[in-house]
Design a protein around this ligand. Structure first.
Ligand code: PLP
Length: 356
């Protein structure tokens, strides 16, 4: 007799909703924190030459040595810290979770934050503890310390800046978290290019700190490349779980050359930061909108009826993200990715029309 999924699949997996990605065809896409600018023409030529020369019949370099060297020097990874690459930083979150998934182990993160921390904890059979942020989306250091002492988490994940709030948590609160945690603390710097602040330089001062970065939000989301830096004693263990060829040859070759030219990508990030300021002021000027200041390439804002506004903006051909229902603190909240000035203007017009 054939088995039903209920007879075979773990109950916590049966209970999950699949990660929903909206169909963006024909829309101005401001939902996924992508860089709106295409790669400059000379860098595209460079990438196509590398594609031409790639040995597609061969397995990739399992250690990605060429790329490793470039990342280490261009991204200022401290001497003495090791690097581990992931197929996106999502994969790194998964590798870390798998490594610590002893029976009863806990992952802790502030909430609302990046949904993959909770989801991956569930995938790996870990407990998950979400600690609410304060009302203005700051880190609640007292509550974090209390819950860390209570649950002794194997890993604390902190998105810095935080997604979806855009907040850059204050150094004093983070110092208290780092001090209280006896397990790993992973600072996820996916939005580093827009924040101007980093814990990479703190790695050697905190032996249980890992810092994660990705190229996705910097304009290379399609390559799927993230890395984590930290003490060799941790990364050597986590590396055992990595599938041998997780970073394909095209990604290795293209990312290495593009990271050598990271200044060009940072110029685009700077333009996005300028546009973010203009977009924030326009949102803050609307009486029907409450917007939160952001250190990332998106802005969180609240309206009176998020679903209605979201659908109306969509009918104007602009796709943003509706966060209503994803967390109690995000009631009637929407998140817009900062696009080009022209895209932002179209979005603002669509929003104004949708609120009228
Ligand atoms: C987008 C995002 C990631 C995932 O990035 P990939 O490298 O594309 O997997 C990780 N952390 C946070 C906080 C993000 O917002």
């Amino acid at each position: 007799m054939a088995l039903d999924p209920q007879d075979l699949i773990r109950p916590e997996i049966l209970a999950l909703k699949a990660y929903h990605v909206a169909d963006p065809s024909g829309m101005i896409k401001l939902d996924a924190m992508e860089n709106p600018y295409p790669l400059p023409e000379d860098l595209r030529k460079l990438a196509s030459g590398l594609t031409h020369d790639a040995a597609l019949n061969r397995y990739p370099d399992p250690q990605a040595e060429g790329l490793r060297h470039v990342i280490r020097t261009r991204m200022a990874v401290p001497e003495g810290a090791q690097i581990l690459f992931g197929n996106g930083s999502d994969e790194i979150i998964q590798l870390i979770a798998m490594a610590v998934a002893r029976p009863g182990a806990t992952i802790l993160a502030p909430e609302p934050s990046f949904v993959m921390y909770r989801m991956i904890a569930t995938f790996c059979g870990l407990h998950y503890v979400g600690v609410p942020l304060t009302e203005d989306f700051a880190l609640d250091a007292d509550e974090m310390v209390l819950r860390i002492e209570q649950h002794d988490p194997a890993v604390v994940f902190i998105a810095y800046p935080n997604n979806p709030t855009g907040t850059l948590f204050d150094a004093e609160s983070l110092a208290r978290v780092l001090h209280a945690a006896s397990g790993l603390v992973v600072i996820d710097e996916a939005y580093h290019a827009f924040a101007g602040s980093s814990y990479l330089g703190e790695l050697l001062r905190h032996p249980n700190l890992l810092v994660m970065r990705t190229l996705s939000k910097l304009g290379l989301a399609a390559l799927r490349l993230g890395f984590v830096a930290g003490a060799p004693k941790w990364l050597e263990q986590i590396d055992k779980l990595r599938l041998p060829y997780n970073i394909n040859s095209l990604t290795q070759a293209i990312a290495a050359r593009l990271v050598e030219n990271v200044d060009r990508l940072n110029e685009q990030a700077d333009a996005i930061v300028t546009a973010r300021g203009q977009l924030f002021h326009a949102l803050a000027d609307m009486p029907e909108v409450r917007a939160w200041p952001s250190h990332a390439n998106f802005i969180l804002f609240r309206v009176s009826d998020a679903l209605r506004t979201f659908e109306r903006i969509k009918r104007h051909g602009v796709l943003i993200k509706n966060l209503h229902g994803s967390h109690p603190m995000l009631d009637n909240c929407l998140r817009v990715t900062v696009g080009t000035p022209a895209e932002n203007a179209t979005f603002l017009n669509a929003l104004r029309a949708s609120l009228a």
